[in-house]
Every structure is written in structure tokens, then in C-alpha cells.
Design a protein around this ligand. Structure first.
Ligand SMILES: NC(=O)c1ccc[n+]([C@@H]2O[C@H](COP(=O)([O-])OP(=O)(O)OC[C@H]3O[C@@H](n4cnc5c(N)ncnc54)[C@H](O)[C@@H]3O)[C@@H](O)[C@H]2O)c1
Length: 257
């Protein structure tokens, strides 16, 4: 549907769930992709599958909260894929089902370090490469929890609100360099590790898992990782060349603001 054969993309959180689907989608559109994640086993399994399909991919076992590791991974990706990244998808993320009453300061710091500082680290490293090359596209995977405070999600909400602020601020600063920055705000997406973990934590705390909340979703189903990949593929295409600083809900109608 799109042609990304001239692009090199970095996808963080690529070993599972939404990031994995985005990586697969970009490869299917001809993109060269650097797969970044902390899970080396998951990354290798995906890389083997994609290389069998003829894709050019680079694997980076990297903790995005570690700036030095991100710098090393960016240099490795550029050298293995023959060019520096023109697309950055910040998909790596974590979360806990916890409020101010039962969450820990350590979990709060960890969430902010991965979700916010990790995104900062990747942008801080890759944006100068994009400015040098005359442009690029950045997509931050935020959440509808970044638009409305939700119960039992204190650190996660704080981190996702921050990502939307960063998206808007970077969009303003980077437009003159030909870099578009947008966020995608998924709703309740199934078939991901985070969803499995959130459901387990919810059940342990006597709260309903996602499947029992489907009736709240106007389109009547949970989202799939592909639903997010479809919107990401559009946002990095020229079809979205007049869009920057936007935070697009992909929630089946669950959230409309
Ligand atoms: N699943 C949902 O309902 C949902 C809803 C809204 C937003 N999101 C967001 O989508 C993104 C992807 O989540 P998912 O649901 O696919 O979960 P997932 O757990 O399946 O995928 C997240 C990936 O990030 C990786 N990761 C975690 N910490 C990392 C780190 N420090 N450095 C590098 N990689 C790291 C994990 O290993 C995993 O592969 C996250 O940012 C999440 O907040 C998910």
C-alpha cells in the first residue's frame, strides 16, 4: 500500500505486541528496520522470520532508558542498514495497575525512565541524524491514558501525558527541519504482553480484565496490534504530509477527545 523502500526505521519495543506488528508492517512496505528491545530472544525470533521473507533488518538488544546503549544501537543500525534512520517509532513501554495508594516510588521511577526518558533518549540520539539528512518522521506510541486520568494507573498516565507533551513540543521545534512528529493513542489492545500483564494484575486486585470491558467500546471489540500498525503506516506516509503534533486515538470510539 505504501512504498518505504527508501527508508530506514528504528522500532523500539519490537519484540512483542504493537511494536512487533509495526515492524512487520514496515518491512512489508519495503522499509529497512532496526528492531530494538530488551528481549534478545524475542528479537532474534522476529529477525529470523523477517529475514526469511527477504527483509533487511538489524537487531539491537537495547534498554531505551540507557542513553549510551541507545547511541551504540543507533550507530550499529546505521552501519548495518546503510543509512541513518529516517523513521523512529517509540513503542517500548511498561506499566502497572497501581494508584498513589498501592504503587511504589520505585515503580513510578521505572515507568518514567522507560516510557519518558526512553523516548527522550531515542529522539535525542536520532533527531540530529534526521536534521542532517533533511527530514524524518517520529511516532510516539502514547495511550488514551495520556489524555484522561484513569483509575489505578498513576505512573502510566503521568508517563503517557508526558509523551503527548513531548510530541507537541518536538513537532513545533522540528517542523522547520522537515521532521513530522505525531503520537498514536491506542485504546484497549489485546494480544500483547502488556495486556496479559495488566489483566493478571487487575484480576489479582479484584478488577475486571479487558475482555469484561468490551461493552464500553462503541465498535464492540478489543483492538488488535494491527489496528495500531495501520495508523502508524499512514502517519509516516506522504498521505499524512500535512500532519504534525497530533495524538491520534485508535480506541474503537472509547475515547474521542
Ligand atoms: N496494549 C494496550 O492496550 C496498549 C494501550 C495503549 C498504549 N499501549 C502502548 O503500546 C506500546 C506497546 O505495548 P504492548 O501492549 O505492545 O506491550 P508489549 O509488552 O507486548 O510490548 C512492549 C515491548 O517493549 C519492550 N520493552 C520494555 N521495556 C523496554 C526497555 N526498557 N527498552 C526496550 N524495550 C523495552 C518489551 O520487551 C516489549 O517487547 C507501549 O508503549 C504501551 O504503553 C498499549
Amino acid at each position: 500500500m505504501y512504498d518505504y523502500s527508501g527508508d530506514v526505521a528504528v522500532v523500539t519495543g519490537a519484540a512483542h505486541g504493537i511494536g512487533r506488528n509495526i515492524a512487520e508492517r514496515l518491512v512489508a512496505e519495503g522499509c529497512k528496520v532496526a528492531l530494538w528491545d530488551v528481549d534478545a530472544t524475542g528479537l532474534e525470533a522476529l529477525a529470523v522470520k523477517l529475514r526469511e521473507q527477504g527483509a533487511m533488518v538489524s537487531v539491537g538488544k537495547v534498554d531505551v532508558s540507557d542513553l549510551e546503549a541507545v547511541r551504540e544501537a543507533a550507530a550499529k543500525a546505521s552501519s548495518e542498514l546503510g543509512a541513518s534512520p529516517s523513521v523512529l517509532i517509540n513503542g517500548a513501554g511498561i506499566g502497572q495497575v497501581a494508584s498513589i495508594l498501592d504503587g511504589t516510588p520505585e515503580d513510578f521511577d521505572y515507568t518514567m525512565r522507560v516510557n519518558v526518558r526512553g523516548t527522550y533518549n531515542c529522539c535525542h540520539t536520532i533527531v540530529p541524524m534526521m536534521t542532517k539528512n533533511g527530514g524524518g518522521r517520529i511516532i510516539n506510541i502514547a495511550s488514551w491514558f495520556g489524555k484522561s486520568g484513569r483509575p489505578m494507573s498513576l505512573a502510566y498516565c503521568a508517563s503517557k501525558f508526558a509523551l503527548i507533551g513531548m510530541t507537541q513540543s518536538m513537532a513545533l521545534d522540528l517542523a522547520k527541519f522537515g521532521i513530522r512528529v505525531n503520537a498514536v493513542c491506542p485504546g484497549t489492545i489485546t494480544n500483547t504482553r502488556m495486556r496479559e500483564q495488566a489483566d493478571a494484575e487487575a484480576i489479582a486486585k479484584g478488577l475486571p480484565p479487558a475482555a469484561e470491558r468490551v461493552h464500553l467500546i462503541p465498535l464492540g471489540r478489543l483492538g488488535q496490534p494491527q489496528d495500531i500498525a495501520n495508523v502508524v503506516a499512514f502517519l509516516i506516509s506522504d498521505q499524512a504530509s500535512y500532519m504534525t503534533g497530533q495524538s491520534i486515538n485508535v480506541t474503537g470510539g472509547l475515547w474521542m477527545n
